[in-house]
Design a protein around this ligand. Sequence first.
Ligand code: EPS
Length: 391
Amino acid sequence: MRYLSGGESHGPCLTAIIEGLPAGLELENKLINKQLERRQQGYGRGERMAIEKDRVEFLSGLRFNRTIGSPLTLSIKNRDWKNWEELMAAEGSPPPDAEAVTCPRPGHADLAGALKYNYRDLRLVLERSSARETAMRVAVGSIGRVLLERFGLKFYSHVAAIGPVNSPTSPNELPGLAGRVEKSPLRCADAEAEAAMLKEVARAKEEGDTLGGIIELVVMDVPPGLGSHVHWDRRLDGRLAGSLMSIQGIKGIEIGAGFAAASRRGSLVHDPIVPDQDRGLGRPTNRAGGLEGGVTNGEMIIIRMAMKPIPTLGQPLPSVDLETGREAAGAVERSDVCAVPSATVVAEAAAAWELAVVFREKFGGDFIEEMEAAYRYYRETLNRRLKNSPR
Ligand code: EPS
């Protein structure tokens, strides 16, 4: 299963084509739209979010709310397009008053992208590097999530830190606190931490600055055996990390105990395997974060991501005007102060997509019932195997 997406931040729309979904999967746009709405929330977003109201449209691959096995084409309109029609026109020439963006923002894709593609106008980089692209990633990931929810997988996320303020919530608490997270303007499960984070974001905004933070993602009820140890590019830890790291602004990833495991002895890192009355085998701890050898082990997946502060600053850092070669401040554009809450929703979707891909690899099938039969067979085999293991 794979997808490609296209679309500029201020172009007419975002588009994606997904190939490889089983036929017969029920899809309703309201499920996808709910995820798109979640992504648009969050204290710290800029004025753009007041303009957009993201909604998915299905352009192919769906008939009467069921996939038909052909490529599923999705579209999300950019409402802001009406303000950019001339400057971002696909054909013709630039309007006479069009000004090129020539001062790269430190920390942004501006400079590296312009050097790579030999652009004069940095707009050609920022239009596609923009986190606007994540609207489509959420739509695509949500379709993977619809598929996985049929098999009982559950996704939770929260903001574990914004700038220097940490939330004390642990991953195990997330299912019970999901309602609180959904209502929080910062997707933070802890009221006290949330209040301090809100202050921090307001202060950064006042000072023309931006903030990053830490996102925690949990996936529950994941069957063991997804991914594979047999080849590097089939290891699921690497695939999840690659996909999550590619979300705009993410600079660090850890699975389970992550970096903390490096300073502890093995006896304090690895999760003992014990007999378990109900499951056959149990793990009293989950420092592996649900993945061993690049394969899911049946425990919940726990991933933490570090997001850097947004590089578009109200008080810009020093830069160079690429047109003149002289010192100049980095470009100032309308932007967000903090997008960590939105990124938690993007992370859920990106992980859902990657897990859906490995689910399709393992259980295959051209139609959904065929896939479900393969899944049932595997579950029965696991049950026999685990229940019969000698105690
Ligand atoms: C972004 C800059 C802002 C954000 C945008 C990402 O957009 P604009 O330049 O139009 O104000 O709002 O995020 C989105 C549009 C979105 O849907 O998340 C950037 O430069 O990355």
